[in-house]
Design a binder for this molecule. Structure first.
Ligand code: PLP
Length: 404
């Protein structure tokens, strides 16, 4: 008789966004006349830029012609896209990453979940707390953690690195030695970043202890400050210790179109085995990950026209971030983030818990945000607001919060 993967049962029953959905649905059912503004979910709202749409149309037409039809995509992704990524995201920043170290995929979420499969179960992971839940959840499902402890709200056998006001929401090097370190900067949910010098310390640490860093750069396009690194490969020695995850979702609106990539440098080895050769065998996003049409759309992100259009889109969201940050700050809230990321991290007023503040904001202002505690125990007492809404809704939500 078949048996299930019991590691799945270690995950707490209710997922953050389904709880939010249920609460909002219940409130809407009871108050159908209320106009609810959502500054919660991490999805973009602006349509795909014209340069991207043009590229997709053209690629669709090619698919209908015998001479230009495309079947299975090549293993690592089409050369035209990998070359554009290698040039724009790496060479132009002085980083030594070649096109054949880039693996195109259908998004960073799948890659961030699947990448753990190339590592033994006998590895200890370290994660920021709070952080994007996918890193821990997928390691739980694989069986790389112990049980969930409802008292500490943590899984056993995971090194949690607190990101709190005292350290500017940037983790300190852990005292215990991890094998796999997940870092995400600019961070979701706190919107915090670290400087290039700080990231260099992590790279040096990883090389010293023989750990690998999985660096999630999904929000790289939102960086506005000079000393914040755009990629971990700006740091010396990163080629021997770091994998980088990148997404087209937040910089170019591909959340529903699906495109991302993972960089695995050929110098990254465990004894004699290169991780590049292991990731080349991956399942999941291989072949079927990103269709020709979507990879052509991704290429347009790096065209002159595409760059101008996407810069404007990011600026639109970052103007929302500024509206939220400055509006709430002037109203006496304690806020951070929002400068290099589309997320504002808000300390809940009057010592409310994250969920108490969620209910309060939903009922009193009809604004939906995300409780910080959903991203890890050190997110308790905090709340995430996102800049992905429309300008009009963002202004209206901030006015409502100021009036509370
Ligand atoms: C949104 C997000 C991603 C990526 O998403 P895909 O849509 O799967 O490419 C990855 N990491 C973080 C931290 C995110 O917030």
């Amino acid at each position: 008789m078949f048996k299930i993967n019991e590691n799945y049962l270690k995950l707490p029953g209710s997922y953050l966004f389904s709880t939010i959905g249920k609460k909002v649905a219940a409130y809407t059912a009871a108050h159908p006349e209320k106009n609810i503004i959502r500054l919660g979910i991490g999805d973009v709202t602006q349509p795909l830029a014209p340069a991207i749409i043009d590229a997709m149309h053209k690629a669709v037409d090619e698919m209908g012609v015998k001479e230009t039809f495309h079947g299975y995509a090549p293993d690592l992704g089409y050369e035209f896209l990998r070359a554009a990524i290698a040039k724009n995201d790496y060479a132009d920043r002085g980083c030594d990453i070649s096109a054949d170290e880039i693996f195109v995929s259908d998004g960073a979420k799948c890659d961030s979940g699947n990448i753990q499969e190339i590592f033994s179960l006998d590895n200890r992971i370290a994660v920021c707390d709070p952080v994007y839940p996918v890193y821990v959840d997928t390691n739980v499902m694989a069986g790389r953690t112990g049980n969930y402890n409802p008292q500490t709200e943590q899984f056993e056998n995971v090194i949690y690195m607190p990101c709190v006001a005292e350290n500017n929401f940037a983790p300190e090097l852990p005292k215990e030695t991890p094998d796999i370190i997940y870092l995400c900067f600019p961070n979701n949910p706190t919107g915090s970043t670290i400087t290039k010098a700080q990231l260099q310390e992590w790279v040096d640490f990883a090389n010293k202890v023989g750990a690998v860093i999985i660096y999630d750069a999904a929000y790289e396009a939102y960086i506005s400050e000079e000393d914040v690194p755009h990629t971990i490969y700006e740091c010396e020695g990163a080629r021997t210790c770091a994998i980088e995850l990148k997404s087209f979702s937040k910089n170019a609106g591909f959340t529903g179109t699906r495109l991302g990539y993972t960089v695995v440098p050929k110098d990254l080895k465990c004894k004699d085995v290169s991780l590049h050769s292991l990731w080349a065998r991956r399942h999941g996003t291989k072949y079927n990950g990103a269709p020709y049409i979507i990879q052509r759309a991704g290429e347009a992100v790096y065209s002159d026209e595409g760059k101008v259009q996407l810069k404007a889109q990011v600026a639109y969201y970052m103007n929302n971030a500024k509206v939220i940050y400055e509006g709430l700050k002037s109203a006496g809230y304690t806020v951070s983030g929002g400068v290099n990321a589309p997320y504002i991290w808000l300390k809940t007023p009057d010592k409310m818990t994250s969920w108490e503040f969620f209910d309060y904001l939903l009922e009193k202002a009809n604004v939906v945000g995300t409780p910080g505690s959903g991203f890890g125990p050190h997110g308790e007492g905090y709340f995430r607001l996102t800049a992905f809404g429309t300008y009009e809704n963002t202004v209206a939500a901030v006015e409502r919060m100021k009036a509370l």
